[in-house]
Design a protein around this ligand. Structure first.
Ligand code: ATP
Length: 148
């Protein structure tokens, strides 16, 4: 099944939103396949956001991501990349709909609480970067109650 990489950014960890965010993905019916609290170095953050290296906000973004521990996760489920982005909401919290994570918990684009892969290909690369050790192999016994 499809997998995505989700990261709770340092502001989400500091503000105590970890449980709330995990709960939203769990209740939807997605499966947690990888989870760790990590403080990343500048070079690692630059690698994760390499596609944005030419943007004027790049240095600030890297400073933000290394400003405290983040929660790195792998979630699995049908259409989890696209649906995960919908659960997260628009990049700029002033445009994120209420009911989304950013719509409910964020105000500024530079403090938008959470990251989610934007495509299946990005998810594959990001999971390989953040979880080189691999992810857990397990099947939920609730599976037949969530999927036809
Ligand atoms: N104009 C901006 N000013 C400050 N920070 C920004 C700006 N645009 C984007 N960012 C930061 O860079 C991150 C990555 O931007 P991107 O355009 O990839 O958005 P995204 O895919 O919704 O976010 P993410 O990759 O974090 O899930 C954003 O989540 C935000 O934290």
């Amino acid at each position: 099944m499809e997998q995505t990489f989700i990261m709770i950014k340092p502001d989400g960890v500091q503000r105590g939103l970890v449980g709330e965010i995990i709960s939203r993905f769990e209740k939807k019916g997605f499966y947690l396949k990888g989870l760790k609290l990590v403080s990343v170095e500048q070079s690692f953050a630059e690698k994760h956001y390499a596609d944005l290296s030419s943007k004027p906000f790049f240095n600030g973004l890297v400073e933000y991501i290394i400003s405290g521990p983040v929660v790195a996760m792998v979630w699995e489920g049908k259409n989890v990349v696209t649906t995960g982005r919908k659960i997260i909401g628009a990049t700029n919290p002033s445009e994120s709909a209420p009911g989304t994570i950013r719509g409910d918990f964020a105000v500024e684009i530079g403090r938008n609480v959470i990251h989610g892969s934007d495509s299946v290909e990005s998810a594959r690369k990001e999971i390989a970067l953040w979880f080189p050790e691999g992810v857990a192999q397990w099947q939920s016994s609730a599976h037949p109650w969530i999927y036809e």
